[in-house]
Design a protein around this ligand. Structure first.
Ligand code: FE2
Ligand code: FE2
Length: 454
């Protein structure tokens, strides 16, 4: 059996207790005629073992000439795994691969282990789990309290893709030869906004939210979400590179354009408010701030600004333009629908479990601030309408989607009477597998429209 405290230490052969004297002579176990692996057969595991121990053999020559008692081969280790005794015998009777008997660190660890003998723990009660401030075990996945979170993780894994899967050929000629100046302005600035905002989304979930969760089934989906946000950033970069845009100019645009910068800064402010090291979710004010921030990111940043933010490029796609970029955004949109749905559900769960009552004035302020920023952004993006899409359409659709998110959050509609100005937009999030965007693969993915909005 391997010593999990020190996996590089040589395992000890399993022997009956009465034969313990034999353990003092482990050399016989390793005097084998089995061939040593060729140097070029060393796997990455082998290499890490070789390089992490200064006295471990690194080449075939060293292996064959070194003392076999201090350098068992991988085959020898494997042979011993099934017959080795319990873990704790190993350190006191067997030299490590490095040849040292016991380092000061090992001695200190042994002393600590001796001072704290193992005490069996009570089984986990799933009812002890909470989204935050829970008493469960963050390292133990089941029993679940939130099986729906695990389902999110399973569903997210049905949507594997990379930007390299999408054919971008026509986008290059479309951008350089077919788009009008107004359409190029829209296309570039949508990408400029998205590139920065998706990194912000990744930082929010990975740095501010995950660490506060106390149920592992929630963290696991969020870990996938972090990856997906990074994938989205790669996708924008792939589009920018493939089409031949000036990367520096595009990425710096949010620093230069106030209407883009304002949306990013709103997100930054919400994120920084809950990333501070002294935040304490047992403090009601801090907890309320965290819930507001998570509500903003899932309901507005992802649920409205992303959801609605792709639509100008979908409008081009509907006219047969920039189809590759639009397909990429459809895959991103599908992820974002799930992020929004998951975040809203988690926020509602926290409010229920922790009896959080958000101040209606804070909620109203959140919608108004987002609405004003989106209106300014839409005026910058669409100073002139393009075929089938106007600034008024964009702003009205934001309000229509905001009402939907508010209902899902259990809030009052912030913009009663807002019209569905872009009725085709929801179709973009309901990608059907029979549509088969990729000719090279079967697209067996869950559709955003199939998600349940409890
Ligand atoms: Fe994203
Ligand atoms: Fe997201």
């Amino acid at each position: 059996m391997l010593n999990w405290d020190d996996p590089l230490a040589a395992p000890v052969p399993r022997v009956p207790a009465a034969q313990n004297d034999a353990v003092a002579e482990p050399t016989a176990k390793y005097e084998t005629t089995k061939p040593v692996p060729e140097a070029n057969e060393i796997t990455s595991d082998d290499q890490s073992a070789s390089t992490s121990q200064s006295s471990a053999p690194a080449t075939q020559e060293e292996v064959t000439t070194s003392d076999a008692t201090t350098a068992p081969t991988k085959a020898q280790v494997a042979e011993s795994v099934s017959t080795a005794p319990d873990l704790h015998i190993v350190e006191t009777t067997t030299p490590s691969i490095a040849g040292s008997i016991s380092t000061p660190l090992q001695q200190r660890r042994q002393a600590e282990d001796a001072a704290k003998p193992f005490t069996p723990m009570a089984p986990i009660n799933p009812e002890d789990k909470r989204v935050v401030n829970g008493m469960g075990d963050i390292n133990q996945l089941a029993p679940f309290k939130y099986p729906w979170a695990w389902d999110f993780f399973l569903n997210a894994n049905k949507n594997h893709w990379t930007p390299l899967d999408v054919n971008m050929t026509s986008d290059i000629s479309d951008y350089h030869h077919k788009l009008s100046d107004d359409e190029r302005h829209i296309f570039e600035n949508v990408l400029a906004y998205l590139t920065t905002s998706d990194i912000l989304a990744m930082r929010n979930i990975g740095l501010a939210v995950m660490e506060k969760m106390t149920a592992p089934e929630l963290q696991i989906y969020q870990a996938r979400q972090v990856y997906e946000e990074a994938l989205h950033t790669w996708t924008y970069q792939h589009c920018i590179e493939t089409i031949g845009l000036d990367q520096s100019e595009i990425y710096n645009r949010y620093r230069m354009v106030p209407e883009i910068n304002q949306k990013i800064q709103i997100g930054n402010r919400r994120l920084n408010a809950v990333m501070r090291p002294d935040i304490d979710l047992r403090n009601p004010d801090d907890l309320e701030e965290f819930v507001l921030s998570y509500t903003f990111f899932s309901g507005i940043f992802e649920g409205c600004w992303f959801y609605n933010g792709f639509s100008p490029i979908f409008a081009l796609q509907r006219r047969g333009l920039m189809k590759g970029t639009a397909e990429q955004l459809q895959y991103i949109m599908r992820d974002e629908v799930m992020h929004c749905s998951f975040g809203i559900r988690v926020a509602r769960q926290i409010m229920q479990e922790e009896n959080v009552k958000l101040d209606p004035r804070d909620i109203r302020d959140m919608w108004d601030e987002a609405d004003a920023a989106e209106e300014a952004y839409s005026k910058f993006l669409l100073p002139n309408p393009i075929l089938g899409y106007s600034q008024q359409d964009h702003h009205e659709q934001f309000r229509f989607i905001a009402n939907r998110r508010a209902r899902q959050l259990g809030f009052e509609e912030p913009f009663p009477g807002a019209k569905n100005a872009l009725p085709w937009l929801d179709e973009q999030s309901n990608m059907r597998k029979e549509k088969n965007f990729f000719e090279t693969r079967v697209t067996e993915y869950q559709t955003g429209g199939a998600l349940k909005w409890d």
